[in-house]
Write a protein that binds this ligand. Structure first.
Ligand code: SDX
Length: 431
């Protein structure tokens, strides 16, 4: 970050502080308040951290006003069109696009770590069959520290690298196993002769009773969905991973914490909620009633897949996802899919409605993704697990950056205490 000579003046109670300011490569300047409590005995107050930069990072940049998303400086639409997920993983982890040899080596390392410890199969059997795959993933990924204890020392760069490759490689296998377990089908082992997305599709949809041919249209769409979800700056689940990692917790525990946070319907759980909402709306005739409810302050209903904490313009991922939905459903011969028609009409109506326009609410990454995943044959309960396996590389890249930051400390926000002041205990007889 570029230090600058600008300072911010803060005056209160007859005291004045000159706070240093710093300028980023992109985005707003920041006021460095790290000394404020020590020097001024005062906190800042920012629930939800809407005005707070929690760290320095050079991984991902979002411009909410422009609707721009950059991975290490490369625009998401270019990467979605020209790159592929494992190359994007390399970019996010190491900061530059790989040479052909670097890419081959990286893909080989990932491919050769896709199997899980055979004993983990028994771990799955401890869950009820009807457990949500996200519940299974939180448990199994957290348990990886019990199976891969030789890559849990966060102070050893080699172990950090091994744990990173293991998670990127094994998350699709674990997600597919969670799916197979939930539908009562046998686990399907990964294959080293398939690319990352094709391997995942085969592990989810192949059965021992017959051969399974991966549809190249679906594997390309799957790979693009992985890329679109790979990282997103300091969102709730990434901040969870960073905070867990700041205590020195092992990498598997940190990623399990990120999966747990992502599950929330306001975050990664929105893709499952968005498709359920579109199905509940059912036909375009019902859209006005749901738009009315979304605008009603007394109604908790929100348009799932709409709005964003940062984007106050189109989410660039939603644009690519919408194009992909048209392409995939067209190629599958289901372009008249009623859910897609409802989604497009809902988007059109909402984007012309004063409420959504004034509040700058646009479709986000979760609005169209469920339509593609549904067309590919996934149950809605698999939508967020797919988001989680895609985002694992982003969580890992951000965790490695935090671990490698010499200034990083254990995260410890303070509070504005509004509870009871000091008071003496009262015996129960006197209450
Ligand atoms: C993800 O942070 C990330 O980067 C997340 C993510 C990532 O890649 O990691 O992008 C992934 O989580 C995408 C978001 C998925 N969530 C949803 O689609 C759920 C529906 N959306 C909302 O719940 C909401 O928009 C949030 C949670 C996403 C943002 O919440 P905010 O920050 O409170 O929204 P806001 O401050 O911009 O809201 C402004 C106004 C508010 O009304 P007022 O209080 O001003 O009267 O718009 C309203 C909100 O009530 N509003 C909505 C709405 N979203 C916001 N009203 C109806 N429907 C909605 N979807």
């Amino acid at each position: 970050m570029a230090e600058n000579k600008k300072t911010a003046t803060l005056s209160f109670d007859g005291k004045t502080f000159e706070l240093p300011m710093m300028s980023p490569v992109l985005g707003p300047d920041v006021i460095d308040i790290r000394r404020l409590y020590a020097d001024g005995d005062i906190f800042t107050f920012d629930p939800g951290f809407t005005s707070t930069a929690s760290c320095e990072s050079d991984i991902t940049f979002i411009d909410g006003e422009k609707g721009e998303l950059l991975y290490r400086g490369y625009p998401i639409d270019q990467l979605a069109e020209k790159s592929h997920y494992l190359e994007v993983c390399y970019l996010l982890l190491y900061g530059e696009l790989p040479s052909a040899d670097e890419l081959d080596d990286f893909e080989s390392r990932v491919t050769n770590h896709t199997m899980v410890h055979e004993q983990m199969h028994n771990f799955f059997r401890g869950f009820r069959r009807d457990a949500h795959p996200m519940a299974t993933m939180v448990g199994v990924v957290g348990a990886m520290s019990a199976f891969y204890h030789d890559s849990t020392d966060i102070n050893d760069p080699y172990q950090r690298e091994v744990a990173s490759i293991r998670m990127i490689a094994k998350l699709p296998t674990i997600a597919a196993m969670a799916y197979k377990y939930s539908i009562g089908q046998p686990f399907v082992y990964p294959r080293n002769d398939l690319d990352y997305a094709s391997n995942f599709l085969r592990m989810c949809f192949a059965v021992p009773a017959e051969d399974y041919e991966v549809n190249p249209i679906l594997s390309r769409a799957m790979d693009r969905i992985f890329t679109l979800h790979a990282d997103h700056e300091q969102n709730a689940s990434t901040s969870t991973v960073r905070l867990a990692g700041s205590s020195g917790a092992n990498p598997f525990a940190c990623i399990a914490a990120g999966i747990a946070c992502l599950w929330g319907p306001a975050h990664g759980g929105a893709n499952e909620a968005a498709l359920s909402m579109l199905r509940e709306i059912g036909t375009v005739d019902n859209i006005p009633e749901y738009v009315r409810r979304a605008k009603d302050k007394d109604d908790p209903f929100r348009l799932m897949g709409f709005g964003h904490r940062v984007y106050k313009n189109f989410d660039p991922r939603a644009k690519v996802m919408k194009e992909s939905a048209d392409e995939v459903l067209g190629l599958l011969g289901i372009e008249n899919n009623p859910t897609l028609q409802v989604a497009k009409e809902l988007e059109r109506i909402a984007l012309e409605d004063e409420y959504f326009v004034s509040k700058k609410l646009y479709p986000n990454v979760d609005f169209y993704s469920g339509i593609i995943l549904d067309a590919m044959g996934f149950s809605t309960s698999m939508f967020t697990p797919i988001f989680a396996l895609s985002r694992t590389v982003g969580w890992i890249a951000q965790w490695k950056e935090m671990i490698g930051d010499p200034t990083q400390k254990i995260g410890r926000p303070r509070q504005l205490y509004i509870g009871a002041a000091n008071r003496d205990y009262i015996d129960v007889e006197s209450r």
